[in-house]
Design a protein around this ligand. Structure first.
Ligand SMILES: [Zn+2]
Length: 120
């Protein structure tokens, strides 16, 4: 087995491990956004805080894009924990997914090199 072939072999093994890991991970594909916190003006005309230049918060929002538009959905007490949990799980999932994609690309690259008659 050539150097390239054994490289491909070991990368394919790594990839299969990552895919197994992904299959066992929590993932909520319907949730494409992230949880953010921000300070806001409340809009009440007589608010002492806001008129003094302070804002309220930090409040948690779920930030996502829909049809190219940015949306911030306020996360109240009841749904806050669920969104935090799910978006954290998604973040971990996406990191592993990204790693898997990078390995896939590397395998593709090495296979091309192999077909071209790699010199190693
Ligand atoms: Zn205010």
């Amino acid at each position: 087995m050539s150097y390239l072939e054994s490289m491909i072999d070991s990368l394919e093994f790594n990839l299969s491990l990552l895919r197994e890991q992904l299959a066992g991970m929590e993932h909520y594909p319907e949730l494409t956004g992230t949880v953010i916190s921000k300070y806001v003006r409340c809009g009440r005309p007589n608010c002492v805080l806001c008129s003094a230049g302070f804002y309220h918060g930090p409040n948690l929002y779920y930030r996502y894009y829909e049809d190219g538009e940015l949306h911030d959905k306020y996360l109240g007490k009841k749904i806050k924990d669920e969104y935090i949990h799910k978006s954290e799980a998604n973040k971990k999932y996406r990191e592993v997914e990204k790693e898997a994609k990078e390995i896939e690309m590397e395998i593709r690259r090495l296979k091309q090199q192999l077909r071209k008659g790699g010199t190693q």
